[in-house]
Design a protein around this ligand. Structure first.
Ligand code: F6P
Length: 744
């Protein structure tokens, strides 16, 4: 309120000063105009009369003067004629009674023989006196005074002051009302909302900051408070979680526990993670830059780990606005609103990205390792770029660890097979691990890669190689055994090459217990309303559009289901969230078309006026957007033809804090080894998958809940913090390299 009063007072004062100054100037101008007018009239009369009256006055003929004056006298002007001594000879009747005995203008005109003029009070009125000397043979013989009424000057002045006063009041009033409305809309109300919001935060009701109309004014403040609130909320949740775990005597890995473990076990050693995909990319949409979490299981898993451990994450800066959102070295804090680790972006040319990422990694190694009948393509140029980009990443990592003692370097995935050896060659003291997120095929399949020896040799530069399952570890060891001069220790799962030993172990990757920090908590009805559908049963699939995910097979299985069980038509809707991926590779572009076509065909064949069996949402979805689908679906389908682990399955389970929902899971996904309570299917078997859909929707609530409880227990126990603890513990245990030992 005080602010409003001060603002209104300031407005009134400014209006007063401005209008006062303008009024003053206007009145001065008006007065000058009126005075000029008086003068002009007085001169006209005075000088007109003067010639006629001069000889008469010289003769001293009062009667002659009276005669002349009679002719000239009007009600609006008075005339008086004075003799040589300044005494009144004759005056017109209207001024005669009010004339003072002497008029200074008249005296001055006679004495100095010049015209003299000015304002006087005559009687009770203001008059204008114009006195001109009457001359005979160059000597003044008297004076003629024209006396004009000047009362209207004061009246005009007063009128102007009054008009400006009204103007001031109107202006001040209007501006004040506008100011009040603006202040209420942009300051008072948003402030009230913000204070309601912060009160809620204090009471533990976390909500995103309210929408404020002036983002420039309140945006930064809201952002800062939101950061503070998120930190508080996190600390609060962590404390609650730890207390609950202590009470129940559970030893679940949490973010806090991993933090403590890292502090104790690593004792301040630097942790560097390397991956092709970055945890956040900045993309331009119109004139705005958006931070986007890529659709990547790797990111879903590694980001919570990095938030707990801190350190540096080196990754390809692939967003079109990535350069402008990082510093000159490509570094930025993540998360941006509450940085807990550093992202170091590596810049690649278009050719490098094409050859290394699209070419060798995704047209060569990806189909090589996933046995899904897409033929790998190995081009020498792609290999050259792959090797070159690995060297570039090695330089960046070496720069980041330059001043760190015995740093830990955790390399991710098939994009970086040569990297462990490149780093170890320069920094034998670093403990290097590579985690392979995709399957490792049998040695015959891997053997078709022309650079298999180089890839294996690079990987064996690591101290530790991780896969999701023991099965992939065995495939890898067998491949090494058949390809290279090494000693395999099948008891301890290690490879010795020269003086160097590399452990090969399974670390089934997982997700954080909280899929998102602040889930949108939309109800099922709200979600269906937003989608514009009504459904008794809701199924969901969440995928990158990749031929390993079995999307066409899933769509056919759904068609089979609706044909075999028509009673579910108009009752069940399947929502497929599909993120376009690697679209410049022809096989991916072709698959995208194939999936769209399959969805169209099924919908056209089955849809009715009010129902479509499949809702296909082909675009990028942030985790917060996906949450309601997981949470409200009756079943989730993960039907990969081959998948290292598949974190969608674990994400679905982790979101189901209502204890309900059924997971249909491919037996060819690594997750099927852990999530035994899913309905396990062979995705190539359409009828079998359709049967699983029916079983999912008809499963009794008790059974659904029992299965989900067991799966949630598995995901809770073996979460990403557990995974990171296991892997880092293994890595930190590796003894220092013997002096002079180099990577092979
Ligand atoms: O499985 C390998 C992997 O790197 C996953 O971690 C991730 O889901 C996917 O590939 C992402 O692919 P890309 O980074 O090429 O979009």
């Amino acid at each position: 309120m005080r602010l409003t009063i001060r603002l209104v007072a300031a407005i009134w004062l400014s209006a007063l000063v401005v209008i006062g100054a303008f009024a003053f100037l206007q009145i001065r101008e008006e007065r000058e105009r009126l005075v000029d007018d008086l003068k002009r009239r007085a001169v006209l009369v005075g000088e007109g009369l003067k010639e006629a009256i001069e000889p008469v006055v010289a003769r001293g003929s009062t009667a002659g003067v009276e005669r002349i004056l009679k002719k000239f006298s009007t009600a609006r002007r008075g005339i008086a004629v004075y003799d040589r001594l300044g005494g009144v000879m004759v005056a017109t009747p209207d001024v005669a009674p009010i004339l003072p005995p002497s008029l200074p203008e008249v005296t001055s005109a006679i004495a100095r023989n010049v015209v003299s003029q000015g304002f006087r009070i005559a009687g009770d009125r203001q008059v204008y006196v114009y006195a001109t000397p009457l001359v005979r043979e160059d000597r003044p013989v008297g004076a003629l005074a024209v006396i004009l009424d000047a009362e209207h000057l004061a009246a005009a002045e007063w009128d102007l002051w009054r008009a400006n006063g009204v103007r001031f009041l109107a202006l001040a009033l209007i501006v004040s009302v506008i100011a009040l409305v603006v202040v209420r809309g942009t300051i008072t109300r948003p402030m009230a909302k913000m204070s309601e919001w912060t009160k809620g935060l204090r009471a533990g009701r976390y909500a995103p900051p309210p929408e404020v109309p002036d983002a420039d004014l309140f945006g930064p403040l809201a952002m800062e408070v939101a950061k503070l609130a998120r930190s508080m909320q996190r600390a609060h949740a962590t404390a609650e979680q730890e207390a609950a775990l202590r009470l129940s005597g559970e030893t679940i890995w949490t973010e806090e526990r991993l933090k403590q473990f890292v502090n104790l076990r690593l004792g301040g050693r630097l942790l560097v993670v390397v991956s092709n995909r970055e945890p956040v990319s900045h993309v331009r949409q119109g004139r705005q830059v958006h931070a986007r979490t890529p659709a990547s299981g790797l990111v879903t898993a590694m980001d919570p780990m990095m938030r707990a451990c801190g350190g540096v994450w080196v990754a390809h800066g692939s967003g079109d606005a990535d350069r402008e959102t990082a510093d000159a070295r490509g570094r930025l804090g993540v998360p941006e609103d509450d940085p807990r680790y550093t992202l170091r972006r590596v810049w690649l040319s278009r050719e490098e990205e094409q050859g290394y990422y699209y070419g060798f990694a995704n047209e060569g190694l990806w189909p090589l390792c996933h046995i899904v009948h897409t033929r790998p393509v190995f081009r020498p140029d792609d290999w050259a770029y792959y090797a070159e980009v690995n060297r570039k990443f090695a330089e960046t990592v070496l720069e980041e660890i330059r001043d760190a003692e015995e740093p830990l370097v955790l390399i991710q995935d098939y994009h970086f097979a040569p990297l462990p050896a490149l780093i170890k060659a320069e920094r034998p003291d670093a403990r290097v691990a590579i985690f392979w997120h995709i399957p490792w095929p049998n040695f015959e399949a891997f053997g078709i890669c022309p650079w298999q020896r180089e890839l294996l040799s690079g990987m064996l530069g690591a101290d530790l190689i991780g896969f999701h399952t023991q099965y992939y570890c065995n495939n890898f060891l067998e491949t090494v055994d058949r390809t290279m001069e090494t000693r395999i220790d099948w008891e301890h799962f290690a490879v010795t090459r020269g003086e160097r030993a590399t452990s090969v172990k399974p670390f089934p990757i997982s997700v954080a217990p909280e899929f998102v920090d602040d889930p949108p908590r939309r109800t099922r009805e709200e979600l269906l309303g937003e989608l514009g559908i009504s459904a008794e049963f809701l199924g969901v699939g969440v995928e990158r559009i990749d031929y390993t995910k079995g999307l066409p097979e899933r769509i056919r299985a759904l068609q089979w289901f609706f044909e075999r069980y028509p009673e579910y038509r108009e009752r069940l809707v399947f929502v497929q969230l599909a993120a376009p991926s690697r679209s410049t590779i022809p096989r991916y572009a072709e698959l995208q078309r194939e999936v769209e076509e399959a969805v169209r065909e099924v919908n056209q064949a089955l849809q009715t006026r009010s129902w479509r069996p499949i809702l296909y949402l082909e675009r990028h979805h942030e985790h917060r957007d996906i949450w309601p689908y997981y949470r409200h679906a009756d079943f989730c389908m993960v039907t990969s033809l081959h998948d290292g682990m598949n974190l969608v399955a674990k994400e679905f389970v982790s979101v189901r804090d209502d204890g309900d929902g059924v997971l249909i899971l491919s037996r060819f996904a690594g997750a099927s080894y852990e999530l035994r309570d899913a309905l396990i299917v062979n995705p190539y078997d359409l009828a079998g998958t359709a049967e699983a859909i029916r079983a999912a929707v008809e499963m009794p609530a008790d059974e659904r809940r029992a299965r989900m409880a067991r799966m949630r227990h598995a995901v809770r126990e073996h979460n990403i913090y557990w995974w990171a603890g296991l892997l880092l513990n293994e890595l930190a245990r590796i003894p220092a390299a013997p002096a002079g030992a180099r990577a092979p």
